[in-house]
Design a protein around this ligand. Structure first.
Ligand SMILES: *[C@@H]1O[C@H](CO)[C@@H](O)[C@H](O)[C@H]1NC(C)=O
Ligand SMILES: *[C@@H]1O[C@H](CO)[C@@H](O)[C@H](O)[C@H]1NC(C)=O
Ligand SMILES: *[C@@H]1O[C@H](CO)[C@@H](O)[C@H](O)[C@H]1NC(C)=O
Ligand SMILES: *[C@@H]1O[C@H](CO)[C@@H](O)[C@H](O)[C@H]1NC(C)=O
Length: 322
C-alpha cells in the first residue's frame, strides 16, 4: 500500500495545521487560587458562546487550571466559596457565589449575588474587552492579567479584601461577601434603572464609592466610568483569586507546569506582577456590557473543531504509517 505522503511532508502538514489551530483558537484562560482556602470557580458562557471544558470545578489552594476558549468567546468567571458537596450524591451548595445548580458544575447558571465577576469578550479579529465587575457585589479578591497581547492590556480587579471594609448594611453571609447597594436596597438610584437608567442620571453613591476606593479599576456600579473596561489584542488571561498573597510566590519552588485540563496543577508561575500599575488609563471605548450582560453574543467557531478533527486525523495517519 502506497503511503499517501512522506514522513517529512506529513510532519509539515501537522505543523501547519497546529499553527492554523493556534491562529484561529481563542484565548487561553488560566485560573489560579492563591487564597488560603479552596475556591470553586464557576464559568458561564454568554448566549451564543460554547461552554468551556467545565462550568464549575474545585480549585485547591495553590492550584491552577487552564482553558482554551473558542474564538469570539464571551462569558464570565467567578469564585464560589464555602462549598460543600455530598461525597455520595455530589449534591451541595456554596456559601457565596453559588450558582443554584446544587452540584459542582453550574451548567449554564450564573452566580447568585454578591459575587466578584471577571467578564470577557474575546475577539479573533479585533481587540478583547475585559473587566472585573462589582455591580453584583463582591465575595472574593480577584485580579485579571493579560499576558502576551498587544495594546493597553492593563491588569484589573480587586486586590483588597473588600469584605473587611464592607458597610454593615451591605454585609452578607456573616462577612463572607458584600452586597451591592442595588441588591441591598433595590432603589433605582443604586440600580441605575427607572429615572436613573442612563449614565447621565445614575451617579456614584456613597456605597459604590467604597467599592471604587477599594478596587479602583473595577466596575463599582452599572454606569461606572468606561476606564473600568480594558482592552487587549491576542492575549491570554490569568484570573487570580486572592492575588495579594503573591509574596509567597517566589518562596515556592514548584516548576511552572501547564495544567490544561487537570483539576489541580501546580502554579503556572508566569512571573507577571498582578499588582495594578497606577491609574492613568486612556480608553475611549464606552462599554455596552456594563451591566454584565454582553450583547456581543458572537457565535463560536465550527472551524476550530474542524481543524482539531483534521489534526487528530493526520496524527492518526502519521502514527499509522510511521
Ligand atoms: C455516604 O454513604 C456511606 C455508605 O452508604 C454512608 O456510610 C455515609 O454516611 C454517607 N455519607 C453521607 C455524607 O451521606
Ligand atoms: C489534586 O488534588 C488531590 C486532592 O485535592 C490531591 O490528592 C492530588 O495530589 C492533587 N494532584 C496534584 C497534581 O496536585
Ligand atoms: C487620550 O487619548 C486621546 C486621543 O488618543 C488624547 O487626545 C488624550 O490626550 C489622551 N488623554 C490622556 C489622559 O492620555
Ligand atoms: C469572530 O468575529 C469576527 C467579527 O464578528 C468575525 O469576523 C470572525 O469571522 C469571527 N471568527 C470566528 C472564528 O468565528
Amino acid at each position: 500500500m502506497d503511503l499517501p505522503f512522506s514522513h517529512s511532508s506529513s510532519i509539515y502538514i501537522i505543523t501547519l495545521i497546529l499553527l492554523l489551530c493556534k491562529g484561529t483558537a481563542g484565548a487561553t484562560f488560566t485560573l489560579i487560587n492563591r487564597c488560603s482556602y479552596t475556591v470553586w470557580p464557576g464559568i458561564l458562557s454568554n448566549a451564543g458562546s460554547d461552554r468551556l471544558d467545565t462550568t464549575g470545578f474545585e480549585l485547591p489552594t495553590g492550584g491552577s487550571r487552564s482553558f482554551q476558549a473558542p474564538p469570539n468567546w464571551s462569558g464570565r468567571f467567578w469564585g464560589r466559596t464555602g462549598c460543600t458537596f455530598d461525597p455520595n450524591t455530589s449534591q451541595g451548595s456554596c456559601a457565596t457565589g453559588d450558582c443554584g445548580s446544587n452540584q459542582l458544575e453550574c451548567n449554564g447558571a450564573g452566580a447568585k449575588p454578591p459575587a466578584t465577576l471577571a467578564e470577557f469578550t474575546v475577539s479573533s479579529s479585533t481587540q478583547d474587552f475585559y473587566d472585573v465587575s462589582l455591580v453584583d457585589g463582591y465575595n472574593i479578591p480577584m485580579i485579571v492579567d493579560a499576558n502576551g497581547g498587544s495594546g493597553t492590556c492593563l491588569s484589573t480587579g480587586c486586590v483588597t479584601d473588600l469584605n473587611q471594609q464592607c458597610p454593615a448594611e451591605l454585609r452578607a453571609g456573616n462577612g463572607a461577601a458584600c452586597k451591592s447597594a442595588c441588591e441591598a436596597f433595590g432603589k433605582p438610584e443604586y440600580c441605575c434603572n427607572g429615572a436613573y437608567g442612563s449614565p447621565d442620571t445614575c451617579k456614584p453613591s456613597v456605597y459604590s464609592e467604597i467599592f471604587k476606593a477599594a478596587c479602583p479599576r473595577s466596575y463599582s456600579y452599572a454606569y461606572d466610568d468606561p476606564t473600568s473596561t480594558f482592552t487587549c489584542t491576542g492575549a491570554d488571561y490569568t484570573i487570580t483569586f486572592c492575588p495579594s498573597s503573591t509574596s509567597q510566590k517566589s518562596a515556592r519552588d514548584t516548576p511552572p507546569t501547564s495544567s490544561t485540563g487537570t483539576a489541580n496543577g501546580s502554579e503556572t508561575g508566569t512571573g507577571e506582577d498582578p499588582v495594578p500599575v497606577p491609574m492613568g488609563i486612556n480608553s475611549s471605548w464606552l462599554p455596552n456590557f456594563v451591566t454584565g450582560d454582553s450583547s456581543k453574543t458572537l457565535s463560536a467557531s465550527a472551524l476550530h473543531t474542524t481543524l482539531i478533527s483534521s489534526t487528530t486525523l493526520y496524527l492518526s495517519l502519521f502514527l499509522l504509517y510511521s
